[in-house]
Design a protein around this ligand. Structure first.
Ligand code: 57M
Length: 331
């Protein structure tokens, strides 16, 4: 509720400020679906609103002694900073290039690596480097020194997957909200020894406090959606997409539900897979599998109206979230 209120109170001012600073707004690519050309002038970097709301409300309500919360905040703010740099360059240079992908990736890996090592340090041994598998109660794979590498892959992957999905009004933020709500519940359950034992989940002491962070992110997402609802008054920009994706990735690592994130956030996985398939097919055969990748552009090109694509993708995200949540009991 606090995050939602922050968005409602400061949102209009933030959007006016972004608009006044950005002039022509988000540069729109001319090679995309033609329907996007009318979006010219929409300000971007609305992620600033999300970050502000999440930070204020988390700091207000969380137990400040909880190390996990600080790690997740570090990841969120760090990736938000990388996104901010990227958005800023795109706007000042007025093209869609932004930060070079190599520089962007290096910063993402560096922040994720610090977070992964901290998570492994804070979590009890030997669970700290173990990977739990959904639907199987007794299988734990010890990744040892590979754990931080795996964790970096999850955080950076989640961040970029949300970024790729963020291409239509409301398309990314609702699935982010659904996934975050699920992970708030998961964090509370694995953080509580009674619930964790009852459900035969790996207990992670202290993880329950992440419910406060997740609640704040759900509230901030809902508040942002108010302004991102079609026709969008603001886009979240990389400032928003990279940070919320990385936040989800880090919460999944702390709660030992990394694989479940791939199910609950399956829409982001599908969007990313469509890009990988498209690029690989084009390089190898010279032919495209989709009319345009990521997947939402394919359906736009097929003639689906934007809200149709968006709402159907929300439905898919909700179904995948329910399948992911079923792993809490089916084991
Ligand atoms: C982000 N950014 C949006 C906005 C948002 C490798 C390749 C697949 C990469 C991919 C890419 O660059 N993805 C990254 C996509 C952009 O939105 C901005 O970016 C932020 C998120 N990072 O917050 O600031 C545009 O999306 C639309 N939009 C909305 N509503 C929203 O709420 O309508 C965004 C948010 C905005 C607006 O039009 O300008 C984007 O799509 O650019 N590249 C692509 O997605 C491109 N695909 C492509 O080149 N496909 C090729 C190959 C390489 C796979 C192919 O299929 O052959 C397409 N993107 C666009 N036009 N715009 C293609 C052409």
């Amino acid at each position: 509720m606090t995050a939602l209120l922050v968005c409602f109170i400061f949102g209009p001012g933030i959007i006016r400020w972004l608009k006044s600073r950005q002039g022509a707004g988000q540069p729109i690519r001319t090679d995309g679906p033609e329907t996007h050309l009318k979006k010219q002038g929409t300000p971007t970097m609305g992620g600033v609103m999300i970050l502000l709301a999440v930070i204020i409300s988390t700091l207000l309500w969380v137990d400040l002694h909880n190390a996990y919360t600080w790690i997740v905040l570090l990841v969120t703010i760090g990736f938000g900073g990388v996104g901010f740099g990227d958005d800023y360059l795109k706007l000042t240079k007025r093209n869609s290039k932004g930060l070079s992908s190599r520089v962007k990736l290096l910063w993402q890996i560096a922040i994720a690596a610090v977070a992964s090592i901290l998570i492994a340090y804070v979590t009890r041994q030997p669970l700290s480097t173990q990977l739990a598998l959904p639907f199987l109660k007794d299988v734990l794979i010890n990744l040892g020194y590979f754990f931080p590498i795996f964790a970096v892959f999850v955080i950076v992957g989640a961040s970029n997957a949300v970024n790729l999905t963020d291409g239509l009004d409301g398309l990314a933020i609702v699935p982010v909200m659904i996934a975050t709500a699920c992970f708030g519940l998961i964090a509370y359950l694995v953080g509580n020894v009674i619930f964790a034992n009852y459900l035969q989940l790996q207990h992670v002491a202290g993880a329950g406090e992440l419910l406060v962070f997740c609640g704040a992110l759900v509230g901030a997402s809902l508040g942002f959606l108010w302004f991102n609802a079609p026709p969008a008054m603001v886009f979240m920009g990389d400032t928003g997409s990279l940070s919320v994706g990385a936040a989800l990735g880090s919460v999944s690592i702390i709660t030992k539900h990394e694989i479940v994130l791939a199910i609950i956030g399956g829409l982001f996985v599908l969007e990313t897979a469509s890009v990988i398939v498209q690029v690989a097919s084009f390089k190898m055969t010279g032919k495209r599998v989709f009319r345009m990748a990521p997947l939402h552009h394919h359906f736009e090109k097929k003639g689906w109206a934007e809200p149709t694509v968006v709402i159907r993708f929300w439905i898919i995200a909700a179904i995948l979230a329910l399948i992911g949540l079923s792993s809490l009991k089916l084991r």
